[in-house]
Design a protein around this ligand. Structure first.
Ligand code: IPD
Ligand code: CA
Length: 266
């Protein structure tokens, strides 16, 4: 599909509107009683707010672009093979959300049927951050254009990561962490993959890696980080894949970080 710059800019505006709407409603719902249950494992939380925010975001997008497909974490998936598909995580960082710990976000991206990301927005209301990117047109945080600074050497890099909800996978993730922590400045585990990728874009961390993310965790943050100048790829190259091994960093730091991660068994 041919996606002219004007269309990408228009989709970015719509993604940002939808993510703002979702994050504002999630913040409102956080003030009331939450109905918290679990999904894939006993530590994988979902709330009434995750479901309500997804309905709201999807309704907003469908009213404006009824022909597009939707992939949503909480089950709103329809026409996932359409030419244009919205990829939505209504609350990324649900554990942060339940604990009222800053760093959850509403993440909205839009891509073609073949996976080309056209636009994305991540709204993190407790930090007051709105990130948005349109393909080929850069990324912005609260209206200001993002541009990655020169990276530090690997031994002074601050590196973010995350852990999945499956205990065996966590053990594997901790083993990798043990293999890299002596070789970098320090590690951050902030609790939302979309915010981690935006943190790379904003220079709040120098790198990020994680195993086993879903498309809705990755999509918007990946485009925002790329459009800020970062390299965001599978450790073996190519665009981030669901359930893959994503590595994000300045292009000059990326190969060293990837090599270190490989040597640690990532
Ligand atoms: C999770 C967060 C977390 C990451 C997990 C994700 P959710 O998403 O992004 O940072 O480590 O792998 O599943 O479940 O809060 O939407
Ligand atoms: Ca989520």
């Amino acid at each position: 599909m041919n996606a002219p710059p004007d269309l990408c800019a228009e989709l970015a505006e719509l993604a940002l509107d939808a993510a703002r709407l979702g994050a504002a409603r999630a913040a409102e719902l956080r003030a009331g009683p939450l109905d918290v249950t679990t999904k894939s494992t006993a530590t994988d939380l979902v709330t009434n707010a995750d479901r309500e925010v997804e309905r709201l975001v999807v309704g907003h997008l469908r009213a404006r672009r009824p022909g597009d497909g939707v992939i949503g974490e909480e089950g709103s998936t329809t026409s996932p093979d359409a030419e244009v598909v919205w990829v939505i995580d209504p609350i990324d960082g649900t554990t942060n959300y339940v604990y009222d710990f800053p760093g959850w976000a509403t993440s909205v991206a839009v891509r073609t049927a073949t996976g080309t990301l056209l636009a994305g927005a991540v709204v993190d209301p407790l930090h007051g951050d709105e990130y948005v990117a349109a393909r080929g047109q850069g990324a912005r945080r609260n209206g200001r254009r993002l541009a990655l600074p020169q990276p530090p050497p690997l031994e002074r890099a601050l590196v973010a990561t995350g852990f999945g909800y499956d205990s065996d996978r966590r053990a594997q993730q901790v083993a990798v962490l043990g293999g890299i922590i002596r070789e970098v400045r320090d590690i951050r585990r902030m609790g939302a993959a979309s915010v981690d990728l935006c943190s790379v874009a904003a220079g709040r961390v120098d790198g990020y890696y994680e195993l086993g993310l879903a498309e809705w965790d990755l999509a918007a943050g990946t485009l925002i980080a790329i459009e800020s100048g970062a390299r965001v790829e599978e450790i073996d190259g190519g665009p981030p894949r669901p359930s893959g091994r994503v590595v994000a960093a300045h292009p000059e730091l990326w190969p060293q970080l990837a090599e270190l991660l490989r040597s640690a068994g990532f």
